[in-house]
Write a protein that binds this ligand. Sequence first.
Ligand code: NGO
Length: 543
Amino acid sequence: MTSVPTVPSRAPRRPRLPRVLAASAAAAALAVVPGAPAVAAVPLPTASPAVAAPHVVPAPASLRTLPGVSFTLTRRTRILVRPGADHAGTYLAGILRRSTGYPVPISRTGATTGSIALSVTGGGGGEAYRLSVRRDSVRLSSGTPAGLFRGVQTLRQLLPPAVESTTVRPGPWGAPGVEIEDAPRFAWRGTMLDVARHFFTVRQVERYIDTAALYKINMLHLHLTDDQGWRIAIPDRPRLASYGGSTAVGGGPGGFYTERDFAEIVRYAAERYMTVVPEVDGPGHTNAALASYAELNCDGHAPPLYTGTDVGFSSLCIGKPVTYEFLDDVLGRLAKLTPGPYLHIGGDEAMSTKPADYAEYLRRVEEIVRRHGKTLTGWADIGAATVPRGSIAQYWQPAKGSEEGTATARAAVRQGARLVMSPADHAYLDMKYTASTPLGQDWAGLVEVRDAYAWDPGTLIDGVTDKDVAGVEAPLWTETIVTDHDIDYMTLPRLPAIAEIGWTPQRGRSWNDFRLRLAAQGPRWAALGRAYYPSPQVPWPTS
Ligand code: NGO
């Protein structure tokens, strides 16, 4: 490929987006959210805008627009796949066929003219890709299939929002001429779904994966166990799931994943180049396990199941050998089921475990994780104990005023761990946007879209710099989250904000630019059937 002159990415500013980008489906969805601002329902647009300016989230590392140039997808457009590009080609064709109604054939040979040409050039380069949209063709290339897949997400966003529709729409299907060279800032760009406080089915998790994939998220952390529920079947310890998984916050029926279910989630995520990070929390947050097996309790008595929302009251019994047999069994199973290198062992809020016991627990659990060939990953509280070089500590406490949180994070870094940054006052998707947000919590403060966006993981904690940071992650805790709609409403638009922090170079980011690009996502979410919080900080298109 010829070399592309680059300029820093910056979408052209426009006072308003085209009126035709109506967020009507989102408006209809939002109407069921108590307290959401009323948005007049209008019919879906019958025609997409001819060609919109590029409004890509996360902003590419470099993007050059080609004025007056555009590519139009037609009934004759085909996808040309070079070796290694089959998967991305099939995925892209699936999206294009269902909304355009065009055949979009995939071919392995033929001329590039009139086609979307996908190629894997080999030679690595991780998730970096190049995308060139010209009048006669679209060319997308990467050193890896993963990079190609990330580039496909960019191409989706260059096409009109209706391309996300699950039913055939009229078009036209233009994409603005661009030359993009792109690569992520951080290798870890994650989101966490708490399936313990409320259970979410495989289908719901996959729907969430699809939302996240659009923003180039590559790590899916599943919080599988907590006081209120145990969500993964462990064959030798059936009561963990059958009893420990039988309820949820508020007393609902709960649920759990069989090994097959879990394998299906792993497969679906892997198809989107997303690594699953399974978490089994301990020594605290373990009431569901303690209730399931009396032997795990120091006094040999199983507590009742718990359906409230308190934290810090449960602990595994540090001195009992059976505790480590249990952990070996559970972590060993998860290690086998999970192709990714990480096992997340929780370690947060161990208020009912003495500090010396906590250190002993970490020593034992670290040894188990290592024996099963995985990298120790935990909430940054683990920095209070001994952790091996190369482990991952997830910083979660608020950035402001959390001496203890920053101290354990720094202690982890001193030992050679790297941080995944999830400061609750910026990155927690369960914090309310405003005092009147009907869902969520506010213990870390209110997190409007700008709060989610305007921070830098490389400078947030004194003494921690970019090289200590593995990446960012947006956790969605689900004490108050029950439905797909709830997930959408808390996730959009904040997950794209965190995704951009993880992907885009710091110098390429600005709130004023982001809010305009974010506004253009609203009609995409509408077309995809996703609800969102219509933040007044964002100039959503009006009809
Ligand atoms: C804390 C706590 C979780 C809660 C969450 C709610 C961490 C790491 N532990 O974050 O158990 O669900 O806040 O915001």
